[in-house]
Design a protein around this ligand. Structure first.
Ligand code: AMP
Length: 286
């Protein structure tokens, strides 16, 4: 695997592959890789001739008081894991390489309607930071396809919308959420949990699955389903930011007529903020 710290090196390698007619798949990450990330690499490998990953802890998507400086950085281990999983190139730029002026970009990319709801309402500026860095990375890597985890469902919807609106020539591929045996979605931030918090954490996915089950069983009072789950989460010792049932395609508030839904939730647990979601497709209902 080749490792590039500069834009110039990255571009010349990727351009050479492109000239040979190779299909390029891209997986952007913030590093501290776990099996969820590696499943994205495997999806990219199954669809592309060459796989490029990036590791960049993007200061633009962290709010004041968030964990930018303490975010776990495990670069040597990440390199080994990527190499073992068949990644061809890793782009690992310093902040000044991507944002040479004051470590911040002047131009930003924003998808406001999708960025100020759900997690965006609790993390102002977060999705603007994500959209801006992903747009920039797409322009540098010029991938044919890019793989994102469904675990960060709102992020996936924001990126899809940005790609469609700005005509980026890249296919966005969503990949399923990698979970621990007890259902907890894998996340770098799970490391922030104490032992007892770690035992409490699976309640988040349990409640999402319970809500999805109630909808699949025909329960139509979405407000009541969410209230029940919110109460259960508080009871378990989790502090929910939100628990909502939305339309899967655009995160609009879901109504009885919608068939493709997603239940999304974010909770605070000790030092960690955990997010997860569960999709429901009501294909056999009138
Ligand atoms: P991050 O390093 O947290 O920015 O995540 C990089 C990519 O990995 C994003 O597309 C995430 O959605 C995805 N990802 C993170 N956790 C998981 C998981 N548990 N399962 C699948 N994909 C994930």
């Amino acid at each position: 695997m080749e490792v590039f710290a500069t834009i110039e090196e990255l571009k010349s390698a990727v351009r050479a592959w492109r000239r040979e007619g190779q299909v390029i798949g891209f997986v952007p990450t913030m590093g501290n890789l776990h099996d969820g990330h590696l499943s994205l690499i495997n999806v990219a490998r199954s669809r592309a001739d060459r796989v490029v990953a990036s590791i960049f802890v993007n200061p633009l998507q962290f709010g004041e008081g968030e964990d930018f400086s303490s975010y776990p950085r495990t670069e040597d281990r990440d390199k080994t894991l990527l190499e073992e999983n068949g990644c061809d190139a890793l782009f690992m730029p310093a902040v000044r390489e991507l944002y040479p002026e004051r470590g911040m970009p002047v131009t930003i990319v924003e998808v406001p309607e999708l960025s100020n709801i759900l997690c965006g309402a609790h993390r102002p500026g977060h999705f603007r930071g994500v959209a801006t860095v992903v747009a920039k990375l797409f322009n540098l890597v010029e991938p044919d396809l890019a793989v994102f985890g469904e675990k960060d469902y709102q992020q996936l919807v924001v990126i899809r919308r940005m790609v469609e609106d700005l005509c980026f020539p890249v296919e966005i591929v969503g990949a399923p959420t990698g979970r621990e045996d007890d259902g907890l979605a894998m996340s770098s931030r799970n490391q922030y949990l104490t032992e007892s918090e770690r035992r409490t954490a699976p309640a988040l996915h349990r409640e999402l699955a319970r809500a999805a089950g109630a909808i699949a069983d025909g329960e139509q009072d979405f407000g009541k389903i969410c209230d029940r789950s919110l109460a259960a989460l508080w009871e378990e010792g989790l502090k929910p930011d939100y628990f909502e049932i939305r339309r899967a395609s655009d995160l609009a508030v879901a109504g009885e007529e919608d068939r493709h839904l997603v239940v999304l939730a974010a909770v605070r647990l000790g030092r960690a903020r955990l997010i997860d979601n569960e999709r429901i497709d009501l294909i056999n209902r009138n």
